[in-house]
Unconditional design. Structure first.
Lengths: 365, 365
């Protein structure tokens, strides 16, 4: 059987890595940032615009698609690639993060999670086996193990959650049937270095074709996040891609790559786009709704090469926001996604040139 | 001085006309349908998508832009073309139709109209001179005379409104200062053939570079609309473009062209797009939200060449609607706009080939 999922380390600069990960829908050149298409659409952006801004990997959410339109329907329509018309690599999460985010509307046991739908209050049951089955129906190239994301500051709770996550990873590996999907295990353990070390060792030992780091960017400080990445990095195998889940600012991407991360995803660029905020390549953000931009003829981020910045002024985008026009969300989302997608490409170039630390010194922490 | 606004009649088939109208931002090949960009944006569609679907002329609304962001600001930003980044021909209405649509919040006299803003209730005063001044600040290629749109069934009221519209047209012609804008006069007169005849004669006598027919598609029957077009057509000069304002269904375009109309605009394609409805090339509409489309793998309108139909299934678009995703409005708007823009092009081809009546026999009334 062909191995669809070969990772090649193409260059290294300090701990920063440039690699290539083959998938049935094309190669991922890493570092890479994946736009999030929760309900099989990156909000306010067409697949043609996504391709135009340089996206290669797109993420979709199992919890949302299971509830609506249903994974069975997606399978009948030819799978997620065909349904949403994204011909490149796709990744689905396991639904774990969303289900645990439901708070009182979810109940966990060693078997799995019983939860109430946020759409109609109906009751559902996710287990590791069910999460894999749903993801096999959806048909993404990369699928994620079912994991428990816990309060990162409670050591005892984080320990139980990590142990449960490990047991569930074994069940996910056993439940998986498709050879054209890569299952990534997930390292948990909150902000606790001992737990993260144990979890990284366990997941590395499971020999999944890629490894994710979950449960970060959920309220901890940057220093805490960096400390965890520093603990995990030397334990993870060099010959597999590492995916830092749910992380997506300019600063976080640069500091993640500096600590050996290859893959990122986050809803932030599109959520900010719908909330009138622009990401800047130099870090930080700009609220385009602010009055000083009313007559500002410059682009959102001078020097940015995205469609929005090549075409429109801050004054125009501010007008769209004031007039509550949908186009503002589209244009800001395109800019924000381009900023992170292109930043990942810039980092790749720097790593291959051996100039990463110099090129990104302003953003490294 | 160069005449920017030359109309050439390139072909005629019965009363249907194929022509070319030169403007400072390029030639309009007629018949043509103009998407409406009320607030300097065709809702949910980028200028790149508009160009891709074949749009040539775009309309914007003076009333809306005067209130927000203000015509003075648009002028300071380089004019409407530069502000909204539409490099092709633009048309602005005069604000008359919107101001009279405010009902109790507007008060008309021979001088003009005093009205309250729908945004903040502030009081404003439009006169023919002011409407021209604002449109000169906006800077569209084609600008419209300030007119009074009246209850089409009240003969006495329609007569007074038409007479006022004629007096205002004289004032608009006198007020106009820019040579790179074409001012179109507007024929009024409700559903009354005698008034429409007198109005067409008056406006034709004013020798404006184009002539619009206003006050239709406001509640009258199709038979009444067609009867008015039949009365007006022989009076209007053959060597100028005729613009039927606010009209935009497949059936209305075909029957307008059959009665000598060259230019159309309407908010319907984008409004329907935001309300889950698709226009069909054969006439009529489809509500994509309906349950039978849940597993329908065919495109919205089989045979349609738009991006939406070339790419996505009814099942996917129905899912986007159910999940309240903005992309549904974008994809349906693109399809609906393409349907009318492309229909106008098809009619042009048929007229030049002399096969219009045969090719559109199914839709002619």
């Amino acid at each position: 059987m062909t191995n669809h999922f070969q990772y090649t380390l193409e260059g290294q600069d300090g701990r920063a890595r440039a690699g290539r990960f083959t998938t049935p829908h094309g190669d991922l050149l890493t570092p890479v940032f994946a736009p999030v298409g929760t309900a099989a659409t990156v909000k306010a952006v067409t697949p043609a615009q996504l391709a135009d801004l340089g996206a290669s990997l797109v993420l979709a959410n199992t919890y949302h698609l299971y509830l609506r339109p249903g994974d069975q329907l997606v399978a009948e329509m030819g799978g997620l690639h065909e349904f949403m018309r994204w011909d490149g690599p796709l990744l689905t999460d396991s639904g774990g993060f969303q289900v645990f985010s439901l708070g009182e509307n979810s109940k966990v046991s060693d078997d799995g999670v019983i939860f109430k739908s946020h759409i109609d209050g109906s009751t559902h049951h996710f287990t590791p086996e069910r999460a894999i089955q749903i993801q096999e129906n959806l048909g993404a190239d990369i699928i994620m193990a079912f994991d428990q994301c816990a309060d990162p500051y409670d050591h005892a709770y984080s320990q139980r959650a990590a142990q449960r996550t490990h047991a569930w990873l074994r069940r996910c590996v056993d439940a998986k049937t498709r050879s054209d999907q890569a299952l990534f295990g997930i390292v948990q353990g909150g902000i606790h270095e001992d737990l993260r070390q144990q979890s990284a060792e366990f997941v590395a030992g499971m020999d999944t074709p890629g490894i994710a780091i979950g449960g970060l960017s959920v309220g901890e400080t940057k220093e805490e996040m960096h400390a965890i990445l520093d603990v995990v990095d030397p334990i993870l195998p060099q010959d597999k891609p590492r995916y830092l889940m749910g992380v997506g600012t300019v600063e976080d991407l640069v500091n993640g790559v500096a600590r050996g991360i290859d893959v990122f995803d986050c809803v932030l660029p599109t959520r900010m786009g719908r909330n009138h905020a622009a990401m800047l390549r130099s870090g930080g953000r700009l609220n385009i709704k602010n009055a000083p931009f009313a007559k500002d003829e410059s682009p959102i981020d001078p020097g940015c090469g995205c469609y929005t910045c090549r075409t429109f002024s801050r004054a125009y985008i501010r007008h769209l926001i004031a007039a509550r026009e949908m186009l503002s969300a589209t244009l800001l989302s395109i800019h924000n996604l381009f900023t992170l997608v292109n930043l990942a490409k810039e980092m790749r170039t720097s790593i291959l040139a051996g100039t990463f630390a110099d090129d990104f010194s302003d953003l490294l922490a």
